[in-house]
Design a protein around this ligand. Structure first.
Ligand SMILES: Cc1cc2nc3c(=O)[nH]c(=O)nc-3n(C[C@H](O)[C@H](O)[C@H](O)COP(=O)(O)OP(=O)(O)OC[C@H]3O[C@@H](n4cnc5c(N)ncnc54)[C@H](O)[C@@H]3O)c2cc1C
Length: 391
């Protein structure tokens, strides 16, 4: 017979990735008791798979309000990283050396010109580089590179170290983190969640958890959990494959062109990425994925061909139909959504944590979050969703 136990906290967070843990850390400042439940190993999903670029200037970010959110979060990073390092006693390898965006063909050159136009019009610092200037910035780049942009404000962090340190910081701050606890069922009363049930994915022991506030931060699995609550949250996993090499040659900064990038990591490691594949919850590393990642990196930095391979992995980004995060209160009085961070969850962690903590502690957020409201996906009865092209 299955054993049962029950637990209570002020706030219960579903999902122990960077989003759930960053929120937990902020909430402890308000002296709330916080439990994080994670189905598997906390931090082991998208948040550890990420490249760790903190780079809103590396691409065209639309709409403008979202771009502002990204830039705000980037500005919070130095403090966020320092706080985690101090609380955990572990370095997170936050680097502020900027990133180099390069163009290999006419299409990419046109895109970079547009990025430059858009971002300088908004007052952001970007330097346009000719081919010789690009090569002076970073040696070893492909002779095919036509031009570049240097974004001094775009930074990066070792997301695996950050995630590990964040978990330690949360524990030191008093957060209870439970691994292997998949949320399976909710008990509802009127417009409130009364309790939830969690246990291992393979059934057996089940525990009941009760809290004043619940936070849904389960990455690309948040849609499945919302379904248990009768809510339509159109989130899908977007697979990204990554590779890591040992490198005796240090890249001074991130180098990128479109989806392809190279990110230096401590201890002479070099990360290369990535793919964007909609193949369900499949985290396999595939031959085609590796070929595309490697080819993309070698087109930018040919010396990658001679480096020693260390490992490859894949992670699942939480992508919503409009590619924007899902933040705030929705259908239930005591459920806050914090999910759908797609390609920018590492970057957006500090600002998300601040917003969600304000909602929980004060009832409102000091930054505009209307564009991210969870209820934007609810439709009047009979109306087809805007992304449904079958009707
Ligand atoms: C290859 C790749 C590269 C990326 N590069 C960058 C980058 O350079 N910069 C950037 O800002 N972002 C990047 N991202 C995106 C970023 O990683 C994500 O947006 C972010 O990690 C999402 O964090 P999360 O906490 O929402 O999700 P996750 O880290 O996926 O965490 C969700 C957690 O919820 C748990 N969970 C799921 N279901 C349940 C359940 N039923 N009960 C309990 N727990 C549950 C899971 O076990 C998981 O631990 C990248 C992502 C990938 C895959």
């Amino acid at each position: 017979m299955a054993e049962e136990s029950s637990h209570t906290a002020d706030v219960l967070i579903i999902g122990g990735g960077i989003i759930g843990c960053s929120i937990a850390l902020r909430l402890t400042e308000g002296r709330l008791s916080v439990i994080i439940l994670d189905r598997g190993e906390p931090g082991a999903e998208a948040s550890s798979a990420a490249a760790g670029m903190l780079a809103p200037q590396g691409e065209m970010v639309e709409p403008r309000t979202f771009s502002d959110l990204c830039v705000t979060s980037r500005s919070l990073y130095p403090r966020f990283a320092a706080e985690i390092e101090e609380l955990s006693g572990q370095p997170v390898a936050y680097r502020s050396n900027g990133s180099l965006l390069v163009a290999l063909d006419e299409k990419q050159e046109t895109e970079l010109t547009e990025v430059y136009r858009q971002q300088t019009a908004r007052g952001f610092s970007l330097q346009q580089l000719t081919t010789p200037e690009v090569h002076r910035h970073v040696s070893g780049l492909s002779p095919q590179i036509r031009s570049g942009l240097f974004a001094p404000g775009d930074h990066w962090v070792d997301s695996e170290r950050l995630m590990r340190a964040l978990l330690v910081a949360c524990r030191h701050a008093g957060v209870r983190i439970e691994a292997g606890q998949a949320v399976r069922k909710f008990k509802l009363k009127n417009d409130r969640i009364e309790s939830l049930e969690a246990g291992s994915d393979t059934a057996g022991h089940a525990a009941t958890y009760t809290a004043r506030t619940y936070i849904l931060a389960a990455g690309c699995w948040s849609g499945e959990l919302a379904t248990l609550l009768g809510i339509n949250l159109p989130l899908v996993p977007c697979r990204g494959q990554m590779m890591e090499f040992e490198t005796p040659r240090k890249l001074p900064c991130v180098v990128r062109a479109g989806l392809h990038y190279l990110v230096p990591r401590p201890e002479q490691r070099l990360l290369i990425g990535t793919t964007a594949e909609y193949v369900g919850y499949d985290k396999a590393v595939t031959g085609e994925g590796l070929r595309s990642v490697l080819q993309g990196a070698m087109n930018l930095v040919p010396f990658v061909a001679g480096l020693h391979f260390r490992r490859a992995w894949a992670g699942l980004r939480p992508d919503s139909t409009d590619h924007l995060p899902i933040l705030g209160y929705g259908e239930f009085e005591n459920l806050v959504f914090s999910t759908g961070h797609f390609r920018n969850g590492i970057l957006l962690a500090p600002v998300t944590a601040e917003i969600i903590a304000e909602l929980v502690l004060k009832g409102s957020a000091s930054r505009p979050i209307e564009a991210y409201r969870p209820t934007r996906f609810s439709l009047p009865p009979g109306e087809p969703p805007p992304w449904d092209h079958t009707s």
